[in-house]
Design a protein around this ligand. Structure first.
Ligand code: GDP
Ligand code: MG
Length: 386
């Protein structure tokens, strides 16, 4: 059985068939989740009652509890899969329907077939080098396995795309947390890519996990940037530190770290201004921020995440290359994947920038930031193909 079949088996029960249904299901899931939390609370209260119950009943209770935990876990996975499916709709509709069209137009695998396939992959922003490597591997397999019909190639195409991503196991999508004390995550990237929004969404996610989160408004350059971050802190109910526009970002960061240490915050998310057009200034500013962070909390920042807007395609890739020269980037957040038909950029980043994609943005709502999971991604993209 091919890789994709395995992935499909994993997720098929979480899948839905049309978009409206998908949307209402996501809303429903959120509602249900709320109810589940209430249910959990009720169960907790019930447990605190005097221990008159006999062991049989107590046993029933633990069974009930572990079933509930299992159910809740499965539930989260289902909801995540749906957010992936929904966020990748545009890419799926163009890229994957082109692939399906290609397969039905050719009876045999020919040079023309390969040329068209190559074009489809490049159109999806997978990146020229990645596509070239991919085509070489594919031609190899066709020769070795003596494949003749495009139909046989469908699953192999998906498998090979998957392999592009996973073949370098050094890259991990996990966030590096501090062993003790606050974990400091620094967010960089040019204006408008979604830094502040990502921080807001991530704050919500981390809060859901039970962490005490502080947002630090280090983008003091742009009017409204600090306020926008503050609004997110109110919306998701986490801490906030900021100063007026034009303040020294490093001094805001200093205040933030002080508060984080004094009030035992678990995670600090630092927003920054992204003026790549003034490279020297940006480099100096980030250096200064990093110096302050390292002085206050050795080993920090634990991650420096570069935000890239997926709708900017190859431009985003070149931003990544530039930022890599300016500062030590540890991972990528790829935003607005829902807004582009070129979701192949996830694969290009991995190949061309050699940085792991840690999170992806699949919409503007607080639950639309997802940890990047190649299996869910592949499923969200190709579920209609087989
Ligand atoms: P910043 O300048 O880098 O801080 O960018 P902002 O966080 O202010 O975001 C710029 C715009 O992109 C805002 O309108 C956001 O709502 C939007 N945005 C951010 N992430 C996503 C995403 O994943 N999907 C969509 N559709 N919009 C996003
Ligand atoms: Mg911002």
């Amino acid at each position: 059985m091919g890789l994709f079949s395995k992935i499909k088996d994993m997720f098929k029960n979480s899948s839905v068939s049309n978009e409206e249904e998908l949307e209402s299901e996501v809303i429903e899931q959120v509602e249900e989740e709320k109810n589940e939390i209430i249910l959990e609370k009720t169960v907790e209260n019930k447990q605190e009652k005097p221990k008159k119950q006999e062991s049989k009943e107590a046993q029933d209770d633990t069974d009930f509890l572990s079933n509930e935990a299992e159910k809740a876990n499965k539930h989260n996975v289902n909801q995540d899969v749906k957010i992936y499916e929904k966020g990748l709709t545009k890419t799926r509709k163009s890229f994957v329907s082109n692939l399906i069209g290609l397969t039905s137009r050719y009876q045999k695998i020919t040079d023309e077939y390969f040329d068209e396939l190559e074009e489809i992959l490049i159109m999806a922003d997978i990146g020229v080098n990645t596509v070239m490597n991919f085509m070489d591997r594919l031609r190899d397999r066709v020769r070795k396995e003596k494949l003749e019909s495009p139909e046989e190639l469908k699953e192999i195409i998906v498998d090979e795309l998957f392999i592009i991503y996973v073949n370098d196991s050094i890259l991990t999508n996990k966030i590096q947390y501090a062993e003790s004390g606050p974990t400091i995550l620094l967010f960089v990237g040019v204006n408008g890519v979604g830094k502040t929004t990502t921080i807001g969404k991530l704050a919500w996610k981390l809060k859901q996990e039970g962490k005490k989160v502080l947002l630090v408004g280090g983008d003091t350059f742009r009017a409204g940037a600090v306020k926008q971050l503050e609004e997110w802190s109110v919306k998701v109910g986490v801490g906030f530190v900021g100063k007026e526009e034009g303040s020294d970002p490093a001094s805001v960061v200093f205040d933030g770290l002080k508060k984080a240490k004094e009030e035992s915050y678990d995670v600090v998310l630092i927003d920054t201004a992204g003026r790549l057009q003034n490279r020297v200034n940006l480099m100096n500013e980030l250096e200064k921020i990093n110096r302050i962070i390292g002085r206050e909390i050795p080993e920090a920042p634990h991650e420096t995440l570069l935000i890239i807007d997926a709708t900017t395609g190859q431009n985003g890739i070149s931003q990544a290359k530039k930022f890599k020269e300016i500062t030590n980037i540890t991972g990528i957040v790829l935003t607005k994947l829902d807004g582009t038909a070129k979701g192949g950029i996830v694969l290009a980043i991995k190949e061309e920038v050699m940085l792991p994609v840690k999170y992806i943005g699949l919409g503007e709502a607080k639950e639309d930031l997802q940890s990047f999971d190649i299996e869910k991604y592949i499923y969200g993209l190709f579920k209609d193909m087989m």
